[in-house]
Ligand binder design. Structure first.
Ligand code: FAD
Ligand code: MLT
Ligand code: ZN
Length: 556
């Protein structure tokens, strides 16, 4: 294929895409995101539980009793009770206003509580009867101290976009939402340091920074809903980690509240601070198990003035690897993302959005390459040399280059829209894994082969599995293996687990690259961490949370 198949860089010959209206988009807001969530069908999930309470223990059962349904291995810890009218009065005094509490203890508030009880995938759910929305660390402190004294279990919740069931209660734990801690506190244009409350929505922070010539160093498909505190608590990776690094490097300081009410003031704005253990790092990726993050400071880079996005079709995964290697060589400092999508993922996005596809042919693999720099002419010259090379050498079969911001956003939708597209089709078994690059896509192929051999994967409705899809952050060696099921079933789950985790362990990978462990991967942590590490983690958990009230039943 010839370079001329790319529109010439000055031409406007580029097919226009329309942005799907029901997706989490760069310009969407939280309401739109939630609305699109509400429109998604509920998977027929045996993993979506309700609770049947007895005086002695709480048993977790399937919401819909089916053949595939089984009683959960989790027993509610007897010392945790969910609060009563007296507790509600205390919480109201602590938060200073009635609107800071959704009280399903003294009144029926089922409808208002449902969104807090249900995760984004509608796969996991609990039955909290209390949601608290404190406004600052002092209110969080009063609430947590009371919960700790009375052994009320709590679940911190941000935007509730987590994909491992960590943000929702398992039984009737009290949800502490960060939604009212939503102020941007300060921004220093000279240093690029932003200080925010933990409940600020990621996209809002990025828009604020854009007006000041800066960029939030994290970007992900749920940006219209997720909170920055939730991002830090999950150590979210996203689409720009390749360029800007992980939150472990960018978060400079934070304020958090421990379960006993202690306010940890570590809100440093310094880039360098070598004075003992870097305790803030424990909160980054802690998934709500040791305390609640209330504020944080983060280093934000200057917003690149010149952004280019190309979308390629490629004939094999080997060609994808070659293209990645060449992109690093030719584009070096301006390469800001290299994302992988397989054929199935793109046909599912097409099927659910109806949008015109960027390329005419069908290819087994697609890549999205983004450059970010400060000098458009310089970047375009580099990009042209790269495109000439990969097309000339036959590494890339075909491609398009976005001509303006709208087209850039449209091309990104083919990558960012995969999660949403899958969620419209029923249930998804999601695996978010790190694997050394040479083997990255083999997991998808092996999984497809396995499910086919077991008679579980097929095109018509008699097969429980509709598709095995692979996509991810190629630049970070991070694959998202998604198994799209017509319905959740134990047969499929048994075919996948622990097989997937064994496969990953055998190939020196990690069972969670970015989404965390939550409840979904709790049982499998041993595939990625050894006994010594697990023991140290338990000791830290006990030190910070001796009563175990923080996000119980989750990974630790
Ligand atoms: P929640 O879901 O509310 O909570 C997540 C976890 O953090 C829970 O365990 C919760 O208890 C804890 N928590 C939340 N807030 C706090 C706090 N203030 N203090 C202590 N603990 C807290 N993830 C990625 O890493 N990369 C991606 O590219 C990515 N893309 C996504 C795309 C879509 C469409 C969706 C739906 C999700 C995606 N995710 C991705 C997963 C998810 O968005 C991230 O994990 C996000 O960081 C979660 O933020 P949240 O505010 O929604 O947190
Ligand atoms: C992504 O990269 O799109 C996210 O991590 C979400 C997902 O894995 O579905
Ligand atoms: Zn991801």
């Amino acid at each position: 294929m010839l370079i001329s198949q790319f529109p010439s860089l000055s031409s406007s010959r580029y097919v226009k895409y329309t942005r799907p209206s029901n997706c989490l988009t760069a310009n969407s807001n939280a309401e739109i995101s939630l609305c699109s969530q509400a429109n998604r069908p509920w998977p027929n999930s045996h993993q979506f539980f309700t609770i049947i309470q007895s005086p002695f223990c709480i048993e977790r059962r399937c919401a819909q009793e089916t053949d595939s349904c089984s009683t959960s291995p989790y027993q509610a810890k007897p010392q945790f009770c969910a609060g009563d009218g007296g507790a509600c009065a205390v919480f109201q005094a602590a938060t200073g206003t009635e609107s800071a509490i959704i009280d399903g203890v003294t009144a029926d508030a089922t409808d208002d509580l449902t969104p807090f009880n249900t995760d984004w995938m509608r796969k996991y759910g609990g039955q909290t009867r209390l949601v608290l929305k404190p406004q600052n660390a002092h209110e969080v402190s009063k609430v947590l101290e009371y919960c700790n004294d009375n052994k009320f279990a709590v679940v911190p919740q941000g935007g509730n976009t987590g994909l491992v069931g960590g943000s929702v209660p398992v039984f009737d734990e009290i949800v502490i939402s960060t939604s009212r801690m939503n102020r941007i506190r300060s921004f220093d244009e000279e240093s690029g340091v932003l200080v925010v409350d933990s409940g600020v929505i990621l996209e809002k922070a990025d828009q604020y920074l854009a007006e000041r010539g800066h960029l939030f160093p994290l970007d992900l498909g749920a940006k219209g809903s997720c909170h920055i505190g939730g991002n830090v608590a999950t150590n979210a990776g996203g689409l720009r980690l390749f360029r800007y690094g992980s939150l472990h490097g960018n978060v400079l300081g934070l304020e958090a509240v421990l379960p006993d009410g202690t306010i940890v003031d570590g809100l440093s704005t310094l880039r360098k601070n070598n004075t003992g253990y870097d305790l803030k790092q424990l909160f980054v990726g802690s998934e709500g198990t040791i305390g609640i993050i209330t504020k944080l400071s983060i280093l934000c880079p200057a917003r690149p003035k010149a952004i280019n996005v190309a979308y390629f079709g490629l004939d094999s995964f080997d060609q994808v690897r070659k293209a990645f290697k060449e992109a690093k060589g030719y584009l070096t400092e301006i390469l800001s993302a290299f994302e992988l999508m397989d054929s199935k993922s793109q046909s599912l996005v097409h099927q659910t959005t109806g949008n015109k596809r960027p390329l005419e042919g069908d290819y087994p693999f697609y890549c999205l390459v983004e450059t970010s720099g400060s000098d458009s002419d310089h970047d375009i010259a580099k990009l042209e040399r790269f495109l000439e090379h990969v097309l000339g050498e036959g590494i890339v079969a075909d491609g398009v280059l976005a001509q303006d911001e709208t087209q850039i956003q449209s091309l990104w939708r083919w990558r960012e829209g995969i999660t949403e597209a899958l969620s419209h089709l029923g249930g998804t078994y999601k695996y978010d894994v790190s694997i050394p690059l040479p083997d990255l896509y083999r997991l998808v192929e092996d999984c497809r082969e396995r499910l086919t051999k077991l008679g579980l994967l097929g095109d018509d409705d008699s097969f429980p599995v509709r598709a095995v899809v692979g996509f991810g952050h190629m630049g970070d060696s991070n694959l998202h293996l998604n198994v799209s099921a017509r319905q959740y079933s134990q047969e499929v789950e048994k075919a996948l687990e622990p097989w997937v985790y064994e496969w990953i362990s055998k190939h020196s990978g990690s069972i969670s690259a970015e989404h965390g462990l939550g409840i979904a991967k709790k049982e499998f942590i041993g595939y990625s961490q050894n006994d010594t590490m697990l023991k140290l983690m338990s000791q830290i958990k006990r030190l910070y949370d001796p009563n175990g009230i923080m996000n119980p039943y989750k990974y630790i």
